[in-house]
Write a protein that binds this ligand. Structure first.
Ligand code: FAD
Length: 508
C-alpha cells in the first residue's frame, strides 16, 4: 500500500478457480497483459471440480476468442462445438407458438426508421407474413443451414452473426492450454483460508490445504457459487432478484443426438420454468430450469427425461441457485468473475457473455499503476448495468405471455415487473419504439424479436412510415422476403458445412 493509502501497482494477479470463468480470465489477462510482465497464477482444486454446465453462447465470444488469438477450427474441434444462429422459443407467448431470437437483423432501416415499423403497418395484411420472414438467420435456422456471414455490407448474407454451442467440460481445459502457453502458472490445491490486511481489509494471501501460501496484488474470485473470496471472506452482500425471476433450480442431462444438427439452441416453456436443448457434435445437452415454489425435483426431472430426443447418457443432476448479483463485483482488491459474481438463468445464454464482459472491462480499467478506486467504481457501475439490463430482458420472456395454464404462468404474467422494464414495454406497445442505451447487451432487434415473438404487437407505428407510399413499402417487403428465402436456401446444410470446415482446416 502506498503512503497515500492507494493500492500499489498490480504486478501479480491470483485467479482462484479453474472453471470456464477462471481459465477465460487467465487466458484473457495473459494474452493482453502478459507481455507487460504481469504475473498470473491460477489456483484450482480438482477435488472440488467445476459446475460442468454452460454450453450455449452469444456471438461476442467469437470476438473474445479472436482477440486473444484462439484458432476457431482448433477450438471447435477441441470442444465438439456447433454453430449457433439464435435461440428458438417454443410455447412462450402461447402453447404451440414458436419464434426465433436471431443473432441478426430484421430487414434494414429506411430513412432512419427501424424495419419492424414498416412491417407493423402491414402486419394485419396476410401476404406480409410474420416478422421472422425478414430475418436471414431465422430462415436459415429453420432450414438447418449455416455459413459464416459475408463481409460485403450490401449483401443480405452480411446481416447476421453467429455463436457456438460447445461441451462445457472441454472448454475450460482448452482455455487452460491457451493460458499456460502464454505464461500462466497453474497451482493445484484447495484454498482453506484467506488472509487480509489488518487495516485495509483487502486480501493479502490465500493458503492451500498443504500449507502453501500465495500472495497477490489483485485477486480474481472465480470459485463459482462458493464465492470464496468475494462473499465468504469480504462479505460483499448479494442483491437477490428472485422476486422477478423465481426459477431457482435446474436439472441437467446429456442425451444421444438425433435428427438434423440444428444451428440453434431451443428453449421450451414448461409448466413451472423451461427446458433447454443444445445440439453439439457428439451429443445433445439438455436441462430444465424451474421454480421450486411451483414444482419439485421429481416432476422437473420427469418432464426433462420424457422430452429428450435421444437416450440419456448420464444420470440427471440437480443444481440450485439464487438469481441476482453481488452488491459490488469489484470489492477492495478482489474482482468476482463468473458464478461468484452472480447468476442469471441461462435463458438467453448470457453467463459466459458476463464473464467475458468482466474480463474486458477489467482489462480496460486495469490498475497497472496502482490507485484504482475510481476505476473500481466505474467497473461496478458498468457491470451493474449489464446485469440489470439482462435481468429485464429475461423477465420480459416470462411476463409477455398469454399462458394461464399453471400457477407459475399466472404469477409471471400478472406480477409487477421492474420499472425499467415496465417503461420499455409501454414505449414499445404504443408506437413500436425501443429505448436505446450506451451499455447493455441486447439491442433493438433482440427486444423486437421477443416482444413480437410473444405477441406484444405495438398498437401503432412510427409516423414517418407514412411518408413512403404504401404500395412501395409492400413491394419492398415482398421483394425482401423472397430475397431472404432464396439466400437462405443457397446456404449449405449446417452439419455438412461443419464437417467440411473442420476437415479443410485439419488438412491445412
Ligand atoms: P465453476 O465452474 O463452478 O468453477 C469454480 C472453480 O473454482 C472450480 O475450478 C473449483 O474447483 C474452484 N474452487 C472452488 N472453491 C475452491 C477452493 N476452495 N479452492 C480451490 N479452488 C476452488 N452459461 C452460458 O453462458 N450459457 C449456458 O447455456 C449456461 N447454462 C447454464 C445452466 C445452468 C443450470 C447453470 C447453473 C449455469 C449455466 N451457465 C451458462 C453458466 C455457466 O455454467 C458458468 O457461467 C460458467 O460455467 C462459469 O462457471 P465458473 O467458472 O464461475 O464456476
Amino acid at each position: 500500500m502506498s503512503a497515500g493509502g492507494d493500492p500499489d501497482p498490480v504486478n501479480h494477479v491470483v485467479v482462484v478457480g479453474g472453471g470456464t470463468a477462471g481459465w477465460m480470465t487467465a487466458a484473457g489477462l495473459a494474452s493482453m497483459l502478459g507481455p507487460t510482465g504481469l504475473r498470473i497464477t491460477l489456483v484450482e482444486s480438482e477435488a472440488i471440480g467445476v459446475v460442468g454446465v454452460g454450453e450455449a453462447t452469444l456471438p461476442h465470444i467469437k470476438q473474445f476468442n479472436d482477440t486473444i488469438g484462439v484458432d476457431e477450427a482448433e477450438f471447435m474441434a477441441a470442444t465438439s462445438a456447433t454453430f449457433k444462429l439464435g435461440i428458438e422459443f417454443v410455447d412462450w407467448g402461447r402453447k404451440g407458438d414458436s419464434y426465433i431470437h436471431p443473432f441478426g437483423d430484421f430487414g434494414m432501416p429506411n430513412n432512419g426508421v427501424a424495419f419492424h415499423q414498416y412491417w407493423r403497418k402491414f402486419a394485419d395484411v396476410e401476404e406480409t407474413g410474420p416478422l421472422d420472414s425478414y430475418s436471414l438467420p431465422v430462415i436459415a435456422s429453420r432450414m438447418g443451414r449455416f455459413q459464416p456471414p459475408s463481409d460485403d455490407p450490401r449483401s443480405v448474407l452480411s446481416t447476421y452473426r453467429y455463436a457456438y454451442q460447445f461441451d462445457a467440460l472441454q472448454y475450460a481445459p482448452f482455455m487452460r492450454r491457451h493460458a499456460e502457453a502464454r505464461g500462466v502458472t497453474r497451482v493445484e490445491g484447495k484454498v482453506v483460508s484467506v488472509e487480509r490486511e489488518p487495516e485495509q481489509g483487502t486480501i493479502r494471501s490465500i493458503t492451500l490445504e498443504d500449507g502453501r501460501s500465495i500472495e497477490g496484488d489483485l485477486f480474481v474470485d472465480c470459485t463459482g457459487f462458493f464465492g470464496l473470496l468475494i462473499e465468504k471472506t469480504l462479505e460483499t452482500g448479494y442483491e437477490r432478484w428472485d422476486e422477478w425471476l423465481p426459477c431457482d433450480r435446474a436439472v441437467a442431462v446429456p442425451c444421444e443426438s438425433s435428427g438434423p444438427l440444428l444451428p440453434f439452441t431451443r428453449a421450451t416453456a414448461d409448466t413451472a420454468g423451461w427446458r433447454w436443448r443444445i445440439p453439439l457434435q457428439h451429443r445433445t445437452g439438455n436441462g430444465h430450469v424451474y421454480a421450486s415454489a411451483f414444482t419439485n425435483d421429481e416432476e422437473a426431472c420427469e418432464s426433462l427425461l420424457t422430452n429428450l430426443d435421444g437416450a440419456a447418457l448420464a444420470d440427471p443432476r440437480v443444481l440450485r441457485f439464487t438469481t441476482g448479483k453481488r452488491r459490488k463485483l469489484w470489492n477492495g482488491n478482489c474482482v468476482a468473475i463468473g458464478l461468484s459474481g452472480g447468476f442469471l438463468e441461462p435463458l438467453e445464454s448470457t453467463s459466459i457473455y458476463l464473464i467475458q464482459e468482466g474480463i474486458t472491462k477489467l482489462l480496460e480499467l486495469f490498475p497497472s499503476h496502482g490507485g484504482y478506486h475510481v476505476e473500481r467504481e466505474e467497473y461496478n457501475r458498468r457491470m451493474d448495468l449489464e446485469f440489470e439490463r439482462i435481468r429485464d430482458f429475461l423477465v420480459l420472456h416470462y411476463h409477455a405471455t398469454e399462458r394461464d395454464d399453471s400457477a407459475f404462468w399466472n404469477h409471471m404474467r400478472t406480477m409487477q415487473v421492474p420499472d425499467s422494464l415496465a417503461e420499455k414495454i409501454e414505449l414499445f406497445t404504443a408506437h413500436g419504439h425501443v429505448a436505446r442505451y450506451d451499455h447493455g447487451l441486447f439491442l433493438v432487434p433482440s427486444w423486437v424479436a421477443v416482444m413480437i415473438g410473444q405477441r406484444m404487437l405495438p398498437q401503432s407505428y412510427d409516423w414517418r412510415v407514412d411518408q413512403l407510399p404504401s404500395a412501395e413499402v409492400r413491394q419492398h417487403l415482398a421483394g425482401l422476403k423472397n430475397h431472404i428465402a432464396k439466400a437462405a436456401a443457397s446456404m449449405p446444410d449446417h452439419a455438412e458445412y461443419l464437417q467440411s470446415y473442420t476437415h479443410r482446416r485439419s488438412a491445412a
